[in-house]
Ligand binder design. Structure first.
Ligand code: ACO
Length: 318
């Protein structure tokens, strides 16, 4: 079997909702500023005691159910996350334990907002080489834990959540192509500086130069879309659905314009979810699959851009 295909999808959002109006009580901001600049209206946030693996587990169980398989059928577990529960073990192995799976490889992958696209690429390669037959790929984040709730330039942008897909080996695609890139030169534009041994152990909140990130994200995503179509020998009209990373409605609209795609063919969740980093694409995918918009046989283009910078795309025949 030469390809991998999406067998099932699932997602999960924590119950607590924070609206823009709620945020007005937290920082000096307004509903109209947030809506106009970002398209965000509300976001879901974890409650005390709730962690990344809780979200990942719910999304994974829903994806397994949709795929019609049990966790013991999996032979690879990948979790894309920037907000793991612990330094180690990885969130993927914590999830493996909860799913009562034993022995198959499980690891985390950290590419910030491009994490899900990176994880899909890796899982696809495991399957294409025959190293795995059924892979669980999860994007799960609790960004609210790494936000400075006094910083209005960042805290209004993000939300928590998780999405998952089950991939399985197939004779036909499936995943048509994947494209990954990174350029560490842009570290200072978007980062959480704190870490081990770098002199900033307490700097554990997101720092971002928003308008510079915005500008580079728009041009870079335009390029990745062109690269993806060209490599697959497809034209713009072959794309049925764009499932973009959900950072900002204006970035999403710019990419849709690049594809000459009407917004009705773009899955948009940013208003309800905010930016959930590596969870945003699988959350959007699952929503559009479950409400019947996305149908089998359609061509989906997923793309993402995030801290690093990292960016990439996945082209899928669903
Ligand atoms: N409420 C009210 N005013 C605010 C807020 C807020 N929450 N945040 C900033 N402002 C003010 C600023 O202080 C500034 O005021 P000043 O002109 O008096 O100095 C003014 O609004 C304009 O600030 P800018 O940063 O220039 O606003 P911009 O139009 O660039 O919008 C935003 C900011 C929404 C962050 C935008 O740049 C953006 O979306 N960038 C992309 C960043 C992103 O999405 N990062 C996520 C990770 S990467 C990714 O996923 C793509």
């Amino acid at each position: 079997m030469k390809y991998s295909r999406i067998l099932g999808t699932g997602s999960y959002l924590p119950a607590r909702v924070m609206t823009n109006a709620d945020l007005e009580a937290v920082v000096d901001t307004s509903d109209s500023w947030i809506r106009e600049r970002t398209g965000i209206e509300k976001r879901h946030l974890v409650s005390e005691g709730e962690c990344c693996c809780d979200l990942a587990e719910q999304a994974a169980r829903r994806a397994l159910e949709a795929a019609g398989i049990t966790a013991s059928d999996l032979d690879l577990i990948l979790v894309a996350t920037t907000t793991p529960d612990q330094f180690f073990p990885s969130t993927a192995t914590l999830l493996q334990r909860r799913l009562d799976v034993h022995g198959c490889p499980a690891f985390d992958l950290q590419a910030v907002c491009a994490g899900f696209v990176y994880a899909m690429d890796v899982a696809d390669k495991f399957i294409r080489t025959g190293a795995a037959k059924r892979a669980l790929v999860v994007g799960a984040e609790t960004f609210s834990r790494i936000l400075d709730w006094n910083d209005r330039t960042t805290c209004v942008l993000f939300g928590d959540g998780a999405g998952a897909v089950v991939l399985e080996a197939a004779d036909e695609p499936g995943i048509l192509s994947t494209h990954l890139h990174a350029d560490g030169a842009y570290k200072d534009l978007l980062q959480v500086p704190g870490g081990i041994g770098n002199g900033h152990p307490d700097a554990r909140f997101v720092q971002m130069k928003g308008n510079e990130v915005f500008r580079i994200a728009v041009t870079t995503l335009g390029r990745i879309v062109e690269e993806t179509l060209e490599a697959a020998g497809l034209t713009k009209s072959d794309i049925d659905w764009l499932i973009p990373h959900q950072a900002n409605i204006r970035i999403i609209q710019a990419t849709a314009r690049k594809l000459d795609l009407p917004m009705e063919r773009v899955v948009v969740t940013v208003a309800e979810h905010g930016n959930t980093s590596s969870a945003s694409i699988p959350l959007a995918l699952d929503q559009a699959v479950r409400d019947g918009r996305i149908r089998r046989g359609e061509t989906l283009l997923m793309e993402a851009f995030g801290g690093g910078f990292t960016w990439g795309s996945v082209l899928v025949r669903y």
